[in-house]
Design a protein around this ligand. Structure first.
Ligand SMILES: [Zn+2]
Ligand SMILES: [Zn+2]
Length: 422
């Protein structure tokens, strides 16, 4: 006999199974609730998009588009991509649906899977999950701080401790070219110390990215490099000062990190990350900033915007290391055991009466002995069992057993509901 191939989930993906799926649900509810407290509305965009959106929106020189996006031709010949990130699709939707004609700014949040053809390794997945928020149509530094505050509050609401906020300003189209010239000049003067091959190429294509390179020789080289905050124009300097003073007003502590950059032209002014405050653990929990140039790049008129995204996998990972994950238990769970054909049918109706009173109710499997049904009730951690047979149907009563106290009573439905809900 030929063996059937064993079917498995694709590399770099995983199943979210009970009881962990309750943790995921709990966290995602928490994030949505806080975003809605800040006045953000949910938005969902398709998982597939026209590939040109990411080529334009994410940039052709970044790693994401160069080698990490899942791109394919569909049967109609259209070139589509699985979305690698959330901001470009939202800006596409903002333009396409005329949200620029609504009162500004627009506040949106999203939550869902994203795809990157990454080499699977610890903590990196090909299907990853992100939560994010975007505030579109306001250039004021108060909105930068609002986005930071939202990310900060979300991580704190989950109980996550020992985190720190890193911020930087990378200027805008007025002042960045001048800064990059100075940076290039510095790097060229020290080219003999630039041993990292990837960064030698970056010197021409994307010198800013050399600043956040994790290669040791690059870290040493850039320690004394000129910083973007020393080259801000008047507008960017004012925005930067205001952002820092507002954070101070809110008692949100921050560290200025001048190596925090984004390699794309449409990013402007504020860049921030929230990271664990532990040596050696540099997994970013949330990252964001201003992108005043993106919507124009996608064909709209010049529109300021700011946002952030956070990885759910990393959030769960840090919650695990901080012992913050309790598998939620369902305190009250009722199983209905039934004896005889008539009772088996009646059990379905009866279950409905309990569910209408918000009691989690499961009907025990058919064609099993009462003993086996009770074993089932125990194995799924029921708190209560209701037993029905011919006489109970006839008398409009039921036997209610509390599996914790082992007490058993004969009651009508209404009293049983009261007993369980107590
Ligand atoms: Zn490097
Ligand atoms: Zn500027």
């Amino acid at each position: 006999m030929k063996n059937k191939p064993k079917l498995q989930n694709p590399r770099g993906t995983f199943d979210i199974l009970p009881p962990n799926s309750y943790i995921w649900k709990h966290i995602q509810n928490n994030l949505s609730n806080i975003a809605e407290l800040f006045g953000y509305s949910p938005i969902a965009t398709p998982i597939i998009e026209d590939s040109r959106l990411f080529a334009r929106g994410v940039g052709e020189v970044t790693d994401i588009v160069e080698k990490e996006t899942y791109t394919f031709q569909d049967r109609g010949g259209d070139l589509l991509s699985l979305r690698p990130e959330g901001t470009a699709p939202i800006c596409r939707s903002y333009l396409q649906n005329g949200m620029h004609n609504l009162p500004q700014p627009i506040r949106l949040y999203y939550n869902g899977p994203f795809f990157r053809y990454d080499r699977p390794q610890a903590g990196r997945y090909r299907q990853l999950h992100q939560f994010g928020a975007e505030l579109i149509g306001d250039s004021s530094s108060t909105t930068d701080v609002e986005i930071i505050q939202l990310a900060w509050n979300i991580l704190h609401s989950l109980g996550i401790k020992n985190i720190k906020l890193l911020i930087n300003s990378i200027g805008d189209s007025n002042c960045r070219a001048n800064y990059i010239n100075h940076l290039k000049k510095y790097l060229t003067e020290h080219i003999n110390l630039l041993s990292h091959k990837e960064c030698i190429n970056r010197l021409e294509t994307n010198p800013l990215r050399i600043l956040d390179c994790k290669n040791e020789s690059c870290i040493n080289l850039t320690q004394n490099a000129p910083t973007s905050i020393d080259f801000l124009c008047e507008d960017c300097q004012g925005h930067w000062n205001k952002t820092k003073s507002l954070l101070g007003d809110l008692a949100i502590q921050y560290n200025v990190d001048t190596t925090l950059v984004r390699g794309l032209d449409y990013y402007t002014k504020t860049v921030f990350e929230i990271v664990p405050d532990t040596e050696g653990q540099q997994n970013t929990l949330a990252a964001g900033g201003r992108y005043d140039g993106l919507i124009e790049q996608l064909g709209g008129s010049s529109t300021p915007a700011v946002g952030f995204a956070m990885g759910i996998e990393r959030t769960i990972e840090i919650m695990q290391t901080q012992n913050l994950l309790d598998t939620p238990k369902i305190a009250k769970k009722l199983t209905i055991a039934h004896v005889g054909e008539e009772a088996s049918q009646y059990a379905m109706q009866l279950a409905q009466s309990f569910r209408q009173k918000s009691i989690v109710t499961i009907v025990a499997p058919r064609n099993r002995s009462l003993k086996s049904q009770l074993r089932f009730a125990n194995s799924i951690l029921s708190s209560h069992v209701v037993i029905i047979g011919e006489s109970e149907i006839h008398n409009q009563t039921l036997l209610l057993r509390n599996l914790n106290t082992k007490e058993q009573q004969e009651l009508d439905i209404k009293s049983a509901i009261n007993q369980i809900s107590k």
